[in-house]
Design a protein around this ligand. Structure first.
Ligand SMILES: C[S@@+](CC[C@H](N)C(=O)[O-])C[C@H]1O[C@@H](n2cnc3c(N)ncnc32)[C@H](O)[C@@H]1O
Length: 277
């Protein structure tokens, strides 16, 4: 069987399982089975597949048919131009989080704190593009922290990135000129309506703090001023309906210059604030 034939056969199977981008997923999984970068797949399509490649593709498709996310099957996700290892213990980095990176890099910083670091994608993307800066990534998941530390090593950033267990600010000492976080923000009531890839396969603690979805922002707002240098910046990813509530929480803690930034679809995505001088 050629790779093209395998691809043609896979697409209707994925479509029948209700997978939105069946052609895209079939291609990404085929590139993974052939151990090729996705952009090289087209050239390999006329080639016959070896039995181990056929078996690898079948295993990947079988996993995808259970609605396992592609990134958990391939073990990797491209984010801000770099590949991050992704496991069932980490949130699959989302493209909309790149808005936060772009804003973080728009001004100078030397010392960065990332709360709820997951794969480390925010911390490590910022450090990679800001040579000389150092950072600390914390999470309440020890398993996620192992993945983040591995990503730091793969990206050659282990000398500038440290990681530790912390319930938001509880184990944090000192001040930072930039604090970033993409916390869990889905309200409990919205969980049943999520796509199976998210609801059934991503870590619950990465998705929801329970209740109204704002508990993490309350903790982050309460601790931010005590951990920012004068004039330091706080950047928080939010769900599209949470801008006003999160802005009010930050204002209530004395943070200033509060702004809400949209994502590429025009939906509110990041709240930023500055500590007083
Ligand atoms: C939405 S995920 C974001 C992961 C990563 N920063 C990203 O943007 O892809 C939220 C992260 O917060 C972590 N988390 C949940 N509760 C926490 C807590 N109380 N303290 C610290 N981290 C927490 C989760 O384990 C998860 O890694």
């Amino acid at each position: 069987m050629t790779a093209a034939e395998a691809l043609r056969a896979a697409i209707p199977r994925l479509r029948a399982a209700g997978i939105d981008d069946a052609p895209g997923d079939a291609r990404r999984l085929l590139a993974h089975a052939l151990t090729l970068p996705p952009e090289r797949l087209t050239l390999a399509l006329p080639d016959p597949m070896t039995p181990p490649q056929v078996a690898a593709y079948e295993a990947a498709l079988a996993a995808r048919l259970t609605r396992k996310p592609v990134a958990q099957i391939t073990g990797a996700r491209l984010f801000w131009g770099r590949s991050f290892r992704v496991t069932p213990d980490t949130l699959d980095p989302r493209p909309e989080t790149e808005i936060l990176i772009s804003e973080a890099l728009s001004q100078p910083f030397d010392r960065l704190l990332d709360l709820g670091t997951g794969t480390g994608c925010i911390l490590l993307s910022c450090l990679a593009d800001r040579p000389g800066a150092t950072g600390l990534g914390v999470d309440a998941s020890a398993a996620a922290l192992k993945v983040a530390a591995d990503n730091a090593r793969r990206l050659g950033l282990e000398d500038r990135a440290a990681f530790g267990l912390s319930d938001w600010f509880s184990a944090i000492e000192g001040r930072f000129d930039l604090i970033v976080s993409n916390p869990p923000y889905i309200a409990e009531a919205e969980m049943p309506g999520l796509a199976p890839e998210v609801r059934d396969h991503e870590p619950r603690m990465a998705l929801t703090p329970g209740g109204d979805g704002l508990a993490a922002y309350r903790a982050l707002a309460a601790g931010a001023a005590a951990h920012l240098t004068p004039g330091g910046r706080l950047l928080l990813e939010i769900g599209p309906t949470q801008g006003a509530s999160v802005a009010a929480l930050l204002a209530g803690q004395g943070l200033r210059q509060i702004r809400i930034l949209p994502d590429f679809d025009g939906r509110d995505r990041v709240v930023l604030a500055t500590a007083g001088r």
